[in-house]
Design a protein around this ligand. Sequence first.
Ligand SMILES: [Fe+2]
Length: 84
Amino acid sequence: MTGEHEGRENLSSETKDLERARQSLIEELEAINWYQERVEVIKNPELKKVLEHNRDEEKEHAAMLIEIIRKLDKTQDKVFEEHD
Ligand SMILES: [Fe+2]
């Protein structure tokens, strides 16, 4: 995960926190994909509904992480407003 290239002890706390936030975002996006795949194949309508709800909660978690990443990383924030 993080610190693999330069050694964690050499990284600032700001960099480490941003890496934690980005890794958490990766995990939330993976969770959305996993729930979506299960939703598509599940036959039981009650279980399907629960997993759809869980999938959408993961989307909320991803949005919360994007929001904090934008606060902590000004360049990332800027490119959300303007990019090629
Ligand atoms: Fe989550």
